[in-house]
Design a protein. Structure first.
Length: 297
């Protein structure tokens, strides 16, 4: 089975020469698009590009092939095509160059380039968004934003990508940028779960901006533990600092002490937090359990 997998991969990615170009690229592109990667051993960006483009080609599962041409050993073809800088990738279809790019593009843009030729790759948009979410979680904000933007370039109404960009800008404290992305959501998608969660996150961040330093709120609460408004404000400030469990503790405490305070305001605020964090977030799950233990005791 392993041998078969390697054989399939080798068939999708191969090296060629000036003599083999007509068969490997011109003739083969009558069956499916063929990408030609013009590279050289001394080219650092070429080495960066190679694993990303090979991965994307393999994910296309035979709908596109990759042919690599060393320009030092085979200068005639790049000379005829006017290739003056590498890495350069040219897509051939039916014997003709139809598209291309230069430079070591990130994986998301390479996938987008191939998808313009053959449609969605393995895993499709959801796989791309999963990758972006993972990058965002790991702190790679730029990498995540790049993938979300690439998805929106292909699908401008994708609410998961829009919502993620809103939340990313909230995390960066760029609330104006977050508002712009939220306003770009289609009007008929206002109740979509991704858009609703993004809106809740933005509203919470806007509320927190008016509260000031949470250290001062902690001091005021220590002086008067029965001041529910200070406790409420402290919860919002702690949430803005991503101290979710502490925010939960204070809001749950208000519900426990005085359910009717501020027209059931603490419970309602908890529900907005759960919406902003998402139903599967550990803090949401913990908060719902604690809230239920009070409401249904």
């Amino acid at each position: 089975m392993v041998a078969d997998t390697h054989a399939a991969s080798d068939a999708l990615v191969k090296d060629t020469t000036t003599q083999g170009f007509r068969q490997d690229v011109i003739a083969e592109s009558a069956r499916q698009p063929v990408l030609v990667d013009f590279w050289a051993p001394w080219c650092g960006p070429c080495r960066q590009l190679a694993p990303a483009i090979e991965k994307a080609v393999n994910e296309a599962e035979g709908r596109v092939k990759l042919v690599k041409l060393n320009i030092d050993e085979n200068p005639e073809i790049p000379g005829q095509l006017g290739i003056q800088s590498i890495p350069a990738v040219i897509a051939f279809q039916n014997g003709q160059p139809v598209d291309g790019f230069m430079g070591a593009l990130p994986e998301s843009q390479i996938r987008g380039f191939i998808e313009r030729l053959v449609g969605p790759l393995g895993g499709g948009v959801d796989a791309l968004l999963d990758e972006a979410d993972a990058k965002a979680e790991a702190g790679d904000v730029g990498g995540a934003a790049e993938i979300y933007a690439a998805v929106l370039a292909q699908s401008p109404d994708n609410t998961r990508a829009i919502g993620a960009l809103v939340r990313l800008h909230v995390k960066l404290n760029d609330l104006e940028g977050a508002r712009r992305f939220l306003e770009s959501a289609p009007a008929d998608k206002a109740s979509d779960t991704h858009i609703a969660a993004a809106r809740a996150a933005l509203e919470l961040a806007e509320q927190a901006q008016t509260l000031g330093d949470f250290h001062e709120l902690e001091q005021r609460l220590a002086a008067n533990p029965d001041d529910h408004q200070v406790r409420f404000d402290l919860a919002l400030a702690l949430n803005a600092a991503n101290r979710r469990e502490e925010a939960l503790k204070h809001l749950i405490d208000i519900v426990r002490r005085d359910r009717a305070w501020n027209d059931d305001g603490a419970r309602k605020q908890l529900l907005q937090l759960f919406e902003a964090w998402g139903p599967t977030d550990p803090a949401s799950i913990l908060g719902r359990k604690r809230l239920s233990s009070i409401l249904f005791a």
